[in-house]
Design a protein around this ligand. Structure first.
Ligand SMILES: Cc1ncc(C[n+]2csc(CCOP(=O)(O)OP(=O)(O)O)c2C)c(N)n1
Ligand SMILES: [Mg+2]
Length: 540
């Protein structure tokens, strides 16, 4: 039996949001969305507010990514919504189920020049799975339910609704929709069996597993498939940590050897994009396993590309009954390359240089971080090093901005992570350039008692741009920041705490103080500006 509910638009929306598993909102105030606050306030629904709408959407995205449930951002009409667009776009690239509810100028006098009167839909439609204006109050619960179902249906992604002023302020009664649930999409069994035969028969297969494996709850199935077929596994994005680092099939460093030597490359739950040389692995055959037909690549032709529920596909691979080649020598060869790279990394991470090089920071962090700590990367070179030197040992513990590569996720992601995991270490790894986009939100974290640790790799430059520009032109412009700036005192001024570290030996005690402090704490590490992350492509 459907439940009948009565109330203003905010109350109707909130009832539907709760019913669909939304547990909090991230927002920045604006009169157009007051009814949503009123409904939340009266029912003890948590409201977290921020200092820039971008952080609200990033916080909602962190909840969605980490907890695999919908995250909610509430943005006021006009500039509130436009400030959220980079966040929505990141969620779109990352397939994160985020719902953005926007205020909207009144419909009854549309065209008369109301404050902040603009049609958001043409702006947000290209970066959302569904965007709709809800013109009638009693239609709000249906619209919220339908939007959330779209967000959670693979391939997942953000959705947007806006409510004209009179729609959300008016009272109506309506049916509360029961959550529709998301049906698992059955893959084509022929494609799955062709993929299994190809992998099992390969001499040197490799699996690369990405974010949709975690989002699709397919981590256990990935492990079963890898173990059953004896295939080495590399990961990216939210796929990191899917296999614990000590697992015999878990690899991270031997990527070059693996991809240049492989005869079959299996890419699961991540696009064949620039991070994976656009799906071109020389003579190797490519198996691309995706969670929805829309995710099949159009720029390359894989040998086979099964589409559907990743658990079903990976479990079917694990159950493959046909012949299989022995991969023991291949795995052993890769292990030699992996161990050698690890030894090189260990030496870098212990280096006693003055000034400090980023590698050493990560050496210290590896000792300071608990296995379930959430690490968040927001920056250029400093975050590339984080990807290289930090080894997540559990899935769902690493947040990077994803293929949209948007600077400024840091404090929003940190807020969403702290709300998701009140008892874990939350550590933001931030370039000094990146810090400029969201550091003011330390104030939001302080006020709402959401402690996190921020480690700034302070090289005084936009490193990932300065080094390549010099290499290309012999000079650089627009790439300098104030050297040795005291980002820690910014955080202290906002009610948190922090310190500047210039000597490698001082890093460990500073990190200890940071994690013990119980407040937002910034460790401002002065790093070597001549240190450039070695990369083949220099455009970011
Ligand atoms: C919103 C946004 N603006 C600009 C860029 C281009 N960009 C990529 S990395 C980078 C430099 C980052 O500098 P910093 O955070 O100090 O890290 P570093 O490379 O110095 O370690 C810039 C400007 C971007 N990715 N996103
Ligand atoms: Mg920098």
């Amino acid at each position: 039996m459907t439940e009948r509910i009565e109330g203003h638009g905010g109350e109707l929306a909130l009832a539907a949001l709760r019913a669909h598993g939304v547990r909090e909102m991230f927002t920045l105030s604006g009169g157009h969305v007051f009814p949503l606050y009123d409904a939340a306030h009266k029912t003890d629904f948590p409201i977290y507010d921020v200092r820039h709408e971008q952080s609200a959407v990033f916080a909602a995205e962190a909840v969605a990514k980490l907890q695999r449930r919908p995250g909610l951002a509430v943005l006021t009409a006009g500039p509130g919504v436009t400030n959220g667009i980079s966040g929505m776009t990141s969620a779109f690239f990352n397939a994160s189920p985020v719902l953005v509810l926007g205020g909207r100028a009144p419909a009854f006098r549309w065209g008369s020049g109301s404050l902040q009167e603009m049609d958001h839909l043409p702006l947000v439609a290209p970066v959302t799975k569904h965007a709709e204006t809800v013109f009638s109050t009693d239609d709000i619960p249906r619209a919220v339910g339908a939007a959330l179902t779209a967000a959670l249906t693979p391939h997942r992604g953000p959705v947007f609704l806006d409510f004209p002023l009179e729609t959300v302020f008016s009272v109506a009664d309506a049916d509360l929709p029961t959550p529709a649930g998301v049906d698992a999409v059955e893959p084509d069994p022929d494609e799955v069996s062709r993929a299994a035969t190809l992998i099992a028969g390969a001499q040197r297969p490799v699996i690369i597993a990405g974010s949709d494996v975690y989002a699709g709850n397919a981590v256990a199935a990935l492990r079963e498939a890898a173990e059953a077929l004896q295939v080495p596994v590399f990961t990216n994005g939210m796929g990191r940590g899917s296999l614990p680092p000590e697992h015999p099939l878990a690899f991270a460093k031997a990527r070059r050897a693996a991809l240049s030597g492989a005869d079959v490359v299996v890419v699961v739950g991540t696009p064949l994009d620039f991070r994976l040389s656009f799906g071109d692995f020389g003579d190797a055959k490519v198996v691309h396993i995706v969670d929805a037909p829309s995710q099949r690549a159009t720029h390359v032709q894989p040998a086979v590309a099964p589409a559907g529920d990743l658990r079903l596909i990976l479990s079917a691979l694990a159950d493959h009954a046909g012949d299989r080649a022995d991969h023991a020598d291949w795995i052993a060869d890769l292990r030699v390359a992996e161990d050698a790279a690890k030894a090189r990394d260990a030496a870098e991470m212990a280096a006693e240089t003055d000034p400090i090089r980023p590698a050493r920071i990560y050496g210290e962090l590896r000792r300071a971080l608990a296995p379930d700590a959430i690490t968040i990367g927001d920056g250029g070179d400093f975050v590339s090093y984080a990807g290289r030197y930090l080894e997540p040992s559990q899935p769902g513990t690493w947040l990077d901005p994803g293929p949209y590569g948007c600077l400024g996720t840091g404090l929003g992601y940190a807020m969403g992570a702290r709300v998701s995991h009140p008892d874990r270490q939350i550590c933001v790894l931030m370039g000094d350039g990146a810090a400029g986009f969201s550091l003011m939100d330390v104030e939001s974290l302080v006020r709402q008692k959401l402690p996190v640790v921020i480690v700034v790799g302070n090289n005084g430059i936009w490193g990932l741009e300065k080094h390549p520009m010099r290499a290309m032109y012999g000079y650089d412009v627009a790439a300098d920041l104030q050297p040795e700036l005291r980002y820690d005192t910014v955080v202290s001024a906002l009610g948190g705490a922090g310190e500047t570290v210039a000597k490698a030996a001082d890093l460990a005690p500073a990190l200890q103080r940071a994690f013990d402090s119980g407040v937002p704490y910034l460790v401002n590490v002065l790093t070597d500006p001549t240190d450039a992350y070695p990369r083949s492509s220099n455009l970011a």
